[in-house]
Design a protein around this ligand. Structure first.
Ligand code: ATP
Length: 366
């Protein structure tokens, strides 16, 4: 199936700084596609190239079957919502939203209908005559979205649109964005460095690092099967624990040795290893903090810090000189026995919840 919006082999330098490295991805019609990565990894540059505000050194861009690589920004049928809203402060809400259609020469009666429809979608019908410098950050953001959607673009680019809002408003606006997207059905590309935003909103996510794509997948795919150590460490809070480990055959079964303890790998991993020509001996094992449990027979450790977070206890433990984070539901434990520094604990995990990465390539083995 052809993708609705596609970047093919996009490369971009700023002077000697190679900021976008052979980036290709396809966005499906009507989906929310999150572009996620740490600061400086090239997200905004990719968005600006998509919108036509920046020219790539090489590569091609397609929208709805057309090559738009050389098209001017206003000819692309792509609009952008910026983090700083970019509203006209002394104009009314109505005039801000009406700006695009009026500039395009649409008759005032029609413009009125279009603005009314947008105000209803963003649920700000009562604010039409207010000046935008007298309304809240969340309301401004919704007006910026309405202004970008009013001429029915084929693709809406959103560049960290919630970054200027406080946490509570950000959480509310995330739900609002999801609702607005459902109502209008426009394809969204959503740039953020916040994995929670990317995972909550995105139908699929592309994860970037240093100008390179690391992985493209649904939130579940990137969480359950991170392609490499970077993605494994970037997705999920608290961060995944990593252990240096060895993979060896004992009898006819593969066993991972982690912190001196042996874990026999589950059947499907045994089968995968049998078919592998070069099984690495030195691996990195990743286990998410929520997938570690306390166990009488487990690996010994000592609590450094324990944080009681309502229904969960976050234990930071020292295990043979290594810092490990364990998250346990408070209902599952005797709090007095483990809550407090220097308490001795033992921990373990199920082999099926372990992730295996090649120590050399850092890639997920299975
Ligand atoms: P952030 O989340 O901090 O916005 P980002 O992932 O969006 O980061 P970009 O803004 O795309 O990253 O920047 C990628 C790199 O390109 C950075 O090193 C940045 O300094 C550089 N860069 C971006 N725009 C320009 C420009 N116009 N001229 C020179 N260098 C630039």
């Amino acid at each position: 199936m052809p993708e609705f919006f596609e970047l093919r082999n996009i490369d971009k330098h700023f002077g000697d700084n190679h900021v976008v490295k052979n980036v290709s991805f396809g966005v499906r019609c009507g989906e929310i596609f999150s572009l996620l990565g740490p600061s400086g990894c090239g997200k905004t540059t990719i968005l600006r190239i998509s919108g036509g505000f920046e020219e790539p050194d090489s590569g091609e861009i397609f929208l709805d079957g057309k090559n738009i690589t050389d098209a001017a920004p206003n000819k692309r049928k792509i609009n952008t919502v910026f983090q700083n809203y970019a509203l006209f402060p002394h104009m009314s809400v109505f005039d801000n939203i009406a700006f695009g259609p009026r500039t395009a020469g649409i008759k005032e009666k029609e413009v009125g209908k279009m603005v009314e429809e947008m105000l209803s979608i963003i649920r700000l019908e009562g604010l039409a005559s207010r000046k935008t410098d007298t309304i809240s950050g969340g309301q401004k953001q919704r007006i910026a979205i309405a202004r970008a959607l009013i001429n029915k673009p084929k693709l809406l680019l959103l560049d960290e649109p919630l970054a200027a809002l406080d946490l509570k408003l950000r959480q509310y606006m995330l739900l609002e964005l999801d609702r607005i997207h459902d109502e209008v059905g426009t394809t969204f590309i959503y740039v953020t460095h916040d994995q929670v935003e990317a995972m909550t909103l995105g139908d699929r996510i592309v994860i970037m690092r240093d100008g390179f794509i690391q992985q493209i997948g649904t939130p579940q795919e990137v969480f359950n099967h991170p392609a490499n150590l970077f993605v494994a460490g970037f997705i999920g809070t608290p961060q995944m624990n990593f252990f240096d480990a060895t993979l060896t055959k004992k009898g006819d079964k593969y066993v991972a040795t982690v912190q001196g303890a042996d874990f026999e790998l589950p059947a499907e991993k045994q089968a995968a290893l049998k078919n592998m020509s070069n099984v690495p001996t030195n691996v990195v094992v990743g286990v998410r903090p929520v997938h570690i449990h306390l166990s009488e027979t487990g690996i010994p450790a000592e609590v450094d810090v324990s944080e009681l977070m309502g229904s969960e206890l976050h234990l930071h433990v020292n295990s043979n000189g290594k810092d490990i984070v364990i998250v346990v539901p408070t209902t599952d434990i005797d709090l007095n026995a483990v809550h407090g520094s220097h308490k001795p604990v033992k921990y373990s995990f199920k082999p099926e919840l372990m992730h295996f990465f090649d120590k050399e390539t850092e890639k997920n083995i299975f």
